[in-house]
Design a protein around this ligand. Structure first.
Ligand SMILES: *[C@@H]1O[C@H](CO)[C@@H](O)[C@H](O)[C@H]1NC(C)=O
Ligand SMILES: *[C@@H]1O[C@H](CO)[C@@H](O)[C@H](O)[C@H]1NC(C)=O
Ligand SMILES: *[C@@H]1O[C@H](CO)[C@@H](O)[C@H](O)[C@H]1NC(C)=O
Length: 424
């Protein structure tokens, strides 16, 4: 302590002598200063969370194996896909800040969900009509343009609002602040309506997230040398919109923006839940169709699940190469409550699909998620007790199901596993 204090004093006195010199030219060599956002993030900063999760695991070889990687140097991995930017556990989703934090945490592929504005520009939003929960729109003048402007809670009726990207222009969209997704059903004022962040997320970075157009997203992700995944969100207005803006024009616009930016199709994974969109990409531009991802949520109930499995054969015959079901479709519990691949997983593998899955780190503390029958853990709830179980899930997905990538709300969690097991 004394040493530090005295060296600090020396430094201070040197500095004051220097500033007293008549010639103001600096005696140190100034570092070349680069503005932020213009240099690529090369290595991956994983922070403390992977270690927290590993420490929380039950004893066993996987814990030992992951612990042994605690001092490794980490690099970006395409196995780690940034969901809504890859940091929306703590940063406002689909914003520059989430993309940058997810990129820092080693997401090798970055996601923008696209919706269109009234002037037919593509912007990153998870739903065409989520502006009232993901931005500050209701507390701005633009709130008046919402499909349903803010209505306060009254006599037990919850507060409402419904605001869509198609209600406003790109320029108007760009004036909004991205915030943590959520709203307050008891709000009597627009400002109170903005509050609704679960306690296990945070508002610390929800100061004014920079919302992005799809073109800005492409430029940002390209500047860091990462790959891209754009999801075409289902329109919430009847198509064609505004006269002649058809579903196919909308699907084509995504490709056009990548082509205009000079991005090689091998770096792009287009996604849609709608089979017709994927079929369009396969037909209209096979270079982009090659990696087009069919998102599947057709088997959410025990009644529909067998049909979803059966339909994989149909998709295969139709030329789909990449399938992306949610986590619970792929992993179930075995006889001893261990995690094992499901019939969906083994069928998709047998058919030769590339498989991606979504989404890790959306469920908060896992003991609570399992008890509440959280969607993502619904098929493994009885075998899930602790946050460390997340790495058992990732391990089964990686080594037994053979997924190519996992979408995560906190990219470091997946990047750590990928680096430890050499998945790039
Ligand atoms: C929700 O809104 C009500 C009424 O405006 C307010 O009293 C309450 O504090 C708000 N909740 C939060 C979490 O801000
Ligand atoms: C199979 O997929 C096609 C195309 O998405 C759909 O029309 C059909 O309803 C699906 N069948 C089942 C049984 O889910
Ligand atoms: C979990 O266990 C409970 C109690 O044993 C049982 O009722 C329930 O069906 C199980 N859930 C699943 C998804 O297997």
């Amino acid at each position: 302590m004394r040493i530090k204090t005295s060296s600090l004093l020396v430094a201070v006195s040197v500095a004051s002598e220097v500033s007293a010199l008549p010639n103001s030219a600096p005696w140190w060599k100034p570092r070349p200063w680069k503005p932020p956002h213009q240099h690529p993030f090369r290595n991956a900063d994983l922070g403390p969370r992977p270690q927290f999760l590993v420490n929380d695991m039950d004893d066993g070889w996987l814990k030992d194996r992951l612990s042994a990687c605690s001092e490794m140097e980490a690099w970006p991995s395409k196995f780690s896909i940034g969901h809504r930017g890859g940091a929306c556990l703590q940063f406002p989703e689909e914003t520059r800040e989430s993309v940058e934090a997810g990129t820092r945490m080693g997401a090798g592929i970055q996601e923008c969900d696209v919706a269109f504005t009234s002037d037919r520009e593509l912007v990153c939003r998870h739903d065409q009509c989520d502006l009232h929960t993901t931005t500050n729109i209701v507390a701005t003048d633009l709130g008046a343009k919402c499909t349903t402007p803010f209505t306060p809670a009254r006599d037990g009726t919850p507060a409402t609002a419904r605001c869509c990207t198609s209600d406003i222009t790109l320029a108007e969209f760009k004036s909004l602040c991205g915030k943590m997704d959520g709203s307050n059903a008891s709000a009597t004022t627009p400002e109170d309506f903005l509050r609704g962040t679960p306690s296990w997320r945070t508002d610390l970075y929800s100061t004014c997230g920079t919302v992005l157009s799809h073109k800005e997203f492409i430029k940002l992700v390209d500047s860091h040398g990462r790959d891209f995944t754009t999801e075409l969100k289902e329109p919430r207005v009847p198509m064609p919109f505004d006269g002649d803006y058809t579903q196919e024009r909308y699907a084509q616009q995504v490709i056009d923006e990548y082509r205009a930016a000079g991005i090689d199709p091998s770096r792009v994974w287009l996604q849609s839940f709608v089979f017709a969109d994927v079929a369009y990409w396969l037909r209209a531009d096979p270079a982009f169709g090659e990696q087009a991802v069919l998102l599947d949520e057709s088997g959410d109930t025990p009644e529909t699940f067998p049909d979803a499995v059966a339909n994989l054969t149909f998709y295969k015959q139709a030329g789909v190469k990449v399938i992306a079901p949610p986590l619970p479709y792929l992993v179930i519990l075995g006889a001893n409550n261990e995690y094992v691949p499901s019939i969906y997983a083994t069928t998709a593998r047998k058919l030769g699909f590339k498989i991606l899955t979504w989404s890790l780190e959306r469920s908060g503390p896992l003991a609570q998620a399992a008890a509440n029958n959280d969607y993502y853990y619904s098929t493994i709830a009885n075998g899930t007790h602790t946050d460390g179980d997340m790495y058992r899930l990732v391990d089964v997905l990686a080594r037994q199901v053979g997924v190519l990538g996992i979408f995560s709300d906190w990219s470091a969690t997946v990047t750590y596993y990928a680096n430890c097991f050499g998945l790039f």
